[in-house]
Write a protein that binds this ligand. Structure first.
Ligand SMILES: NC(=O)N[C@@H](CC(=O)O)C(=O)O
Ligand SMILES: [Zn+2]
Ligand SMILES: [Zn+2]
Length: 346
């Protein structure tokens, strides 16, 4: 029986750090375990231009605890007005690692996203030319499409047409939640990958809706039925290099979650690593965890792997920490519904 596991230090390929007091509070929760993270640009107002990204990156660096070795990998928020030259310059200077596509209205702070995908064709073509990846929130927003079908419909109506019209464009389907997403990624032998979150490996839609509504399990894309969760677990633990960790750790204060119109997002940064060891151990796939957390992501983003390591050790069952206290209010830490059996020991 394994009671200790050492991995190359993991990276988080999809992270919300927010800004101001929230940034200061959540940043150490990530930097404690992770070496790098793809930083989501959905601030209010969003990180649209290279000047915005320079300013946001310096706020993140200023908030880093002393002596912390952490690299924020910046992204730009794609709008219908995005200037392809600005994107190319930001890429050439090493400032950004990806551009993020939000369909307008799909999720938290996506109002400035894209409604008419033809309007971003020029930018996408330029990104294919310069080999800059596109991260995608893959859900349609049409009122007549059921929220549980929005990822599958997005693949057919938006993503596949974009990929066919833009050969060479490398795409990361962020936070996939369906077997359709898994199948689509597996159908492509190049230029396509997906991130999978911590929470989508744990919860299905029953966790949100059975026995009373559980706002802390509400996120977008919303968790689907159990068969989809099982497809995600199979993909994450398969060793397939097209799947890697993007926690989508998305802090919202309890006041904003526990409301008649609660915000979408699960805050998982704090306990993601112990939870993932738990999941991979359950699946008999501990030997594939390092690929998922530390190898597949850098390979897709064409970055070196981390040289330092992290060690987790089996511990007495311990409840998950409940809350992160911030100057904006408390943030509830994701509760996987089981005691943690692993802790990060170095
Ligand atoms: N995942 C979420 O439910 N919320 C994210 C936005 C996103 O990643 O879609 C957030 O910014 O809060
Ligand atoms: Zn999203
Ligand atoms: Zn997100």
């Amino acid at each position: 029986m394994t009671d200790q596991i050492t991995l190359r230090r993991p990276d988080d390929w999809h992270l919300h750090l927010r800004d101001g007091a929230m940034l200061a509070a959540v940043l150490p929760e990530t930097t404690r375990h992770f070496a790098r993270a793809i930083i989501m640009p959905n601030l209010v107002p969003p990180v649209v231009t290279s000047a915005d990204a320079i300013a946001y990156k310096s706020r993140i660096m200023a908030a880093l605890p002393d002596g912390t070795d952490f690299t924020p990998l910046m992204t730009l928020y794609l709008t219908e007005e995005t200037d392809a030259d600005d994107v190319a310059a930001a890429h050439a200077s090493g400032l950004i690692s990806a551009v993020k596509l939000y369909p307008a209205g799909a999720t938290t702070n996506s109002a400035s996203g894209v409604s008419d995908f033809d309007k971003v064709r020029g930018v996408l073509e330029r990104m294919a030319e310069i080999d800059l990846p596109l991260c995608v929130h893959g859900e349609v927003t049409d009122a007549d499409i059921d929220i549980f079908d929005r990822e599958a419909v997005f693949i057919d109506r938006v993503l596949d047409p974009i990929r066919r019209k833009t050969p060479g464009l490398r795409v990361i389907m962020e936070h996939i939640t369906t077997a359709d997403g898994v199948d689509y990624v597996q159908s492509a032998d190049r230029d396509l990958a997906a991130t999978i979150t911590t929470h989508h490996l744990i919860i299905n839609r029953n966790h949100i809706l059975v026995g009373g509504i559980k706002p802390h399990y509400y996120c977008l894309p919303v968790a689907k039925r159990e068969s989809h969760r099982l497809a995600l677990r199979a993909a994450a633990t398969s060793g397939d290099t097209r799947f890697f960790l993007g926690t989508d750790s998305a802090p919202h204060t309890d006041a904003n979650k526990l409301s008649a119109c609660g915000c979408a997002g699960c805050f998982t940064a704090t306990n993601t690593m112990p939870i993932l060891v738990h999941v991979f151990e359950e699946e008999g796939a501990l030997d594939r965890l390092e690929g998922f957390t530390s190898l597949h992501g850098p390979a897709f983003y064409r970055l070196p792997v981390n040289e330092t390591t992290i060690t987790l050790t089996k511990c007495a069952p311990s409840p998950t920490p409940e809350k992160l206290i911030t100057n904006e209010g408390d943030v509830t830490i994701f509760d996987p519904g089981f005691d943690l059996l692993w802790q990060v020991t170095s």
